[in-house]
Every structure is written in structure tokens, then in C-alpha cells.
Design a protein around this ligand. Sequence first.
Ligand SMILES: [Zn+2]
Ligand SMILES: [Zn+2]
Ligand SMILES: [Zn+2]
Length: 159
Amino acid sequence: MSTIGFDTHDHAHCITDALQNAEMRCAEQKLQFTPVRRRVLEILLERHQALGAYDILDVLAQDGLGSQPPVVYRALDFLVQNGLAHRIERMNAYTACAHPGHDHVPAFLVCRLCKAVAEAETELIQGRLGSAAKATGFTIEKIVVEAEGVCPTCAQQAA
Ligand SMILES: [Zn+2]
Ligand SMILES: [Zn+2]
Ligand SMILES: [Zn+2]
């Protein structure tokens, strides 16, 4: 299980690499990576954090890229549909994908104090849920794994 988000890493690199990667993938798939879509992904990448659509809209408005909610929602839909970002259901928030470019089932570790997000990967058929599905002949199509807790930074500050 690899996670990105709570570890220390070269964050400047992490943003440029991810944006370049997204540009390449969009070009390959003939998808339009418009300035707004690019900026929304960049905003998500800048913080390894769960962001609500309105948090993103605030930044976009400051940039002069748009102040209407549909602009943000359309950009987020694009990013989610093309595997560049994920929606965190229980928080109604979004985060950049840490493993774009391959099919995966994301599993999130979300800090309830600072909203930092780490993304791990899981599988549709795994553990007890997988066994239960197998035993009953149920086909799992989607699972949502979102763990809430305290990240290492916040735990350190509390100590
Ligand atoms: Zn980073
Ligand atoms: Zn992902
Ligand atoms: Zn935290």
C-alpha cells in the first residue's frame, strides 16, 4: 500500500510533475485541458487536502478565472471523469488523484483537523466485504473507503 500526502516530499516537483502528466494524458486522449481545468487541478495539487467546490471557487475568483459555481463544477467533473481527481463523498470535497494513469479504487485517509488527505489504493474484492460478496454471489461495482482521523502533523502539534 503506497500513500502520498502525509509524507515529506518535494512538493514543488510534485505539482509540476502532476500537471505535466495531466497535460500529456489530455493531449493523448484529445481532451481539452482548458485554463480553468488546469488551474482547478493545480489548486487541488497545491494542498494535499480535501477542498470543497466553494473553496476552489474563491481561488478562481481571485485569479479572475470565473466566479460562477457551474464553472467549478464542470471543471471538477472533467477532472474526476478523467481520473485526475477524486470526490470524497462524506466531505463533499475533492482532492487531486495521487496515482493518475492507472485504474484503481482509491482509499482515503482524511485528517479531521486540517483536512489533509492521503490516498492509498484498495481493491473491489478484498477483506470481509469481498468474502461476503463472494459468498452471496454479489458483484461489487463500487466501494467508498474514507477513513477519518488525525494526521501525523496534527498529532504532533497536539502532543
Ligand atoms: Zn506534494
Ligand atoms: Zn487516485
Ligand atoms: Zn491534520
